[in-house]
Write a protein that binds this ligand. Structure first.
Ligand code: FES
Ligand SMILES: [Fe+2]
Length: 453
């Protein structure tokens, strides 16, 4: 069989060939339509089954536009959403454009060193103050960072339409010819600011401003689990953007279950971290955490290399990890979208941007400690680490695309889950709790950890 290349995968995800369009032509979805409340009822029913009786979601949970809209309002906008890492904004004036959940925004570090998330919609007449490509013509005060779209450094923001200018904290700084506008007070006008918070180095956004807890409160149970990686002091060193022709839950489920090591990653991850040995921690109100221990033979191999002063991992090991953490990968999902892998030498963060029932944009990133950047072989390690991340991600892209296509067909069956797919069942239980409006805590007895843990 011919190897599938990165460009094959990227092309297959273009809108023209995505499941909703080119692939099916104009042939309608073979699955019957379900209303949002029918989908929610079914999710609640199956989420109350024990893991040993669990089954997959109805196809419509991944294909219905109305259900996706329900998720936007009831899962994404009213909760915390990690949008950037502070190492992407090291100095005052550094900014990143964010286009998430239909809102054009800008994440910026202001003159007082505070991180803010501002709307890019001008309070004058709704122009995007930093439209795509703006800054490249030398008109903007912003310097756009080489090779990256929508991020850079600026002293202030300039709306390209009528040249109103704004401070880095969003306050209107200057606007010409407004003297005859009655009762117009410049100080009353600013770019709208969204609620945001920094937790463990990640900048979180709460779009509707009403999340009942702070990020620290919400993820209190996750804090201890990722503390050894000291993500607040890490640097984001690589990011790859992916257009994905599948639902965010197709990605989330794939990301969190390791049963597919035996299939999709049979040549890459399975020989190191066999599916059979993976396990999931006790159910928590706001997160899922899974462990992928390395094979005993691999541990021995790594230890033997270390004794000779050599290294098996790509980057130098994270200091302060315990014996288990040194020899495993750990998967994490902070509900709803904070998705990451802890490894012995890095922290991998996936920023998922849901765009529709069968579409999302994904940023796959790698974070490492500061000390790694000082290593003499840092540049070559970075290249190697980046390529390795792309390689195993391509294996996941391929299956996720094919799964989404299957969800529209009359051949789709409600499959049964392996115990190794416990995270899929936990995601269902999270969705069910939201359907009931129970938030933010669990309203069922927490499911116990797997194995002897
Ligand atoms: S719309 Fe921004 S200055 Fe007019
Ligand atoms: Fe995978």
């Amino acid at each position: 069989m011919k190897d599938v290349t990165e460009s094959d995968i990227r092309e297959a995800c273009l809108p023209a060939t995505s499941p909703g369009q080119g692939y099916r032509g104009t042939i309608p979805n073979a699955q019957p339509e379900l209303s949002v409340s029918e989908i929610l009822e079914e999710i609640q029913r199956i989420a109350d089954l024990p893991l040993s009786q669990s089954t997959t979601l109805p196809a419509q949970a991944y294909t219905s536009g109305e259900f996706f809209n329900w998720e936007v309002e009831n899962i994404f906008k009213n909760d915390w959403y990690a949008v950037a890492h502070i190492s992407q904004l090291p100095e005052a004036g550094d900014f990143i454009n964010l286009d998430l959940l239909g809102e054009p925004m800008i994440a910026v570090k202001d003159k007082d060193g505070q991180y803010r998330i501002l709307s890019r919609v001008c309070p004058h007449r709704a122009m995007d103050i930093m439209p795509p490509g703006f800054g490249h013509d030398g008109h903007s005060p912003a310097e756009v960072r080489e090779g990256e779209s929508g991020c850079g450094k600026t002293r202030f923001f300039l709306c390209p339409y009528h040249f109103w200018t704004f401070e880095l904290d969003g306050q209107l700084k200057a606007c010409a010819e407004m003297g005859e506008a009655e009762d117009f007070i410049r100080d009353d006008w600013k770019l709208r600011e969204f609620r945001s918070e920094v937790w463990n180095g990640f900048l979180f956004l709460n779009l509707d401003g009403k999340a009942p807890q702070t990020v620290a409160e919400k993820y209190a149970s996750l804090n201890e689990s990722i503390a050894p990686w000291k993500t607040g002091e890490m640097k984001l060193i690589s990011s790859n953007e992916w257009d994905c022709a599948f639902n965010w839950k197709v990605l989330g489920e794939n990301f969190m279950e390791s049963y597919h090591h035996a299939g999709a990653h049979s040549k890459t991850l399975q020989p190191m971290m066999p599916a059979r040995d993976t396990w999931t921690e006790e159910e928590k109100p706001s997160h899922i955490r899974c462990h992928l221990p390395m094979k005993e033979a691999l541990r021995e191999e790594i230890k033997a290399l270390e004794e000779k002063g050599k290294r098996w991992d790509i980057f130098p090991p994270i200091e302060g990890l315990n014996e288990d953490e040194r020899f495993e990968w750990g998967l994490g999902l902070g509900f709803p979208l904070f998705t990451f892998v802890t490894t012995p030498d890095s922290f991998i963060w996936y920023r998922i941007e849901p765009l529709g029932p069968d579409r999302l944009k994904l940023l796959t990133t790698i974070l490492v400690p500061d000390s790694t950047l000082e290593h003499p072989e840092y540049e070559s390690m970075k290249e190697k680490g980046n390529q390795a991340a792309i390689d195993f991600h391509l294996e996941d892209m391929e299956v996720c695309m094919a799964v989404q296509r299957g969800l529209y067909t009359s051949g789709y069956q409600r499959g049964r889950l392996s115990h190794l797919e416990m995270p899929i069942w936990l995601i269902q239980r999270f969705l069910a709790a939201r359907a009931r409006g129970t938030w933010p805590t669990l309203d069922r007895a927490p499911a116990p950890a797997q194995g002897n843990h």
